[in-house]
Write a protein that binds this ligand. Structure first.
Ligand SMILES: Cc1ncc(COP(=O)(O)O)c(C=O)c1O
Length: 366
């Protein structure tokens, strides 16, 4: 039996611009091979850096292109741990970032995320109570893992609380451009006018994860410190891939590709919602994200996601158990479902299998 995977947050093959990127790779080697095929600046291929900087309305010096945005997170986290900062994270939170913080021995405070994003009042109280340097790590738009989004008022409040306590905000936003319905919201970085805010994003979800290009936009005063972390790690990132990506954006492929990704993701999200509506037993609850890759499934009382997952392979469906997204407890009764990879048809089959498992575990008749 083919296993339907709701586990990995990766794009389906139809969402990848193979043809277009292939053309751009060839053009990059032909047009600018002398630069593209050599070592380059540690902060990345200058024309792409300039394109990113222009999109965010900052000087190119404030942009560092990294080998995926998780690497940018790693550099920023390292710097703040070195400064003995307390790092505020969301609960649940992207598991790989949590893993990095854990391995760095970071001092962390977890703030719950609900239907409307991070609990900003709880965050404000926790910030007030914490002396010293502070970093607030948040994924405010189509959060990984929950799919939840912080509204406009919440964003303003979060920034007020950070400003009042001298905290730096680290906004991780790989999914913001993948909105397929509803009104788009300003980034925290935009609302803060780039002050005391760091913006992290990626081309993994807007172009391709295989190219491994992400970036971080920094306040000027942090640029030197983060560049030192870059230099401790490598000579330069993959300049050739960045040159091909520069060609991709300059040839006008970026927006049409985004449109294609949005449409493909909307179809998949709708398939997952329809299947859950039809199949999920009483007591299960889920959200309806307006973009991104994920939704969050709360299981009926007493159903343990880890036990369910153990039976998943046999039943032909996988997901990530909610507890993986918490630093110290929580989420045992929930699951992250990625709708980004499987086809709409496979999603229907996968949800049916999952619902069968949940019913069995909850002792509910079909
Ligand atoms: C919130 C978040 N940050 C960072 C990343 C890592 O992205 P990249 O592929 O750019 O390293 C992901 C990937 O899933 C993510 O969901």
């Amino acid at each position: 039996m083919d296993v339907v995977s709701f586990a990995r947050g990766i794009p389906g093959p139809d969402l990848l611009p193979s043809e277009e990127f292939g053309r751009c790779a060839l053009a990059a080697a032909r047009k600018d091979g002398a630069r593209a095929l050599n070592y380059g600046p540690p902060s990345g291929y200058p024309p792409l850096r300039e394109w990113v900087a222009a999109r965010h309305g900052v000087a190119p010096e404030r942009v560092i292109l990294t080998t995926g945005s998780l690497q940018g997170f790693n550099f920023v986290a390292r710097e703040f741990v070195r400064r003995d900062a307390t790092v505020f994270v969301e609960a649940p939170c992207y598991d790989r970032s949590l893993g990095i913080l854990r391995s760095l021995g970071a001092r962390t405070v977890a703030i719950p995320v609900g239907e409307d994003g991070i609990d900003v009042e709880g965050l404000a109280v926790a910030l007030e109570a914490t002396p010293g340097e502070k970093l607030v790590y948040t994924i405010p738009t189509f959060q990984n893992p929950s799919g939840h989004t912080l509204g406009r008022a919440g964003r303003e409040r979060l920034l007020d609380a950070a400003r009042a306590t001298g905290a730096v905000v680290l906004e991780d936003d790989p999914y913001g451009l993948l909105r397929f319905e509803g009104e788009s919201l300003p980034q925290l970085f935009e609302l803060a006018r780039g002050e005391d805010a760091i913006f992290l994003s990626s081309f993994s979800k807007t172009v391709s994860p295989g190219i491994r290009v992400g970036y971080v936009v920094l306040p000027q005063e942090l640029v030197g410190a983060i560049e030192r972390h870059v230099l401790e790690n490598y000579v330069s990132p993959s300049i050739f891939v960045q040159a091909a990506l520069a060609e991709f954006v300059h040839e006008g492929y970026f927006e049409p590709n985004l449109e294609r990704a949005r449409e493909g993701l909307r179809i998949r999200r709708d398939a997952m919602l329809a299947a859950l509506e039809a199949e999920a037993p009483d007591g299960a609850a889920w959200n309806r994200p307006e973009g991104g890759y994920f939704l969050w499934l709360d299981l009926p009382d007493g159903v343990d996601a880890a036990a369910l997952l153990e039976r998943g392979n046999e039943a032909g469906v996988t997901f990530v158990k909610g507890s993986d997204f918490y630093l110290d407890g929580g989420g045992s009764n929930a699951a992250r479902l990625a709708f980004s990879f499987a086809t709409a048809e496979e999603i229907g089959v996968g949800v049916e299998r999952l619902a069968g498992l949940v019913r069995e575990a909850a002792g509910v008749a079909a």
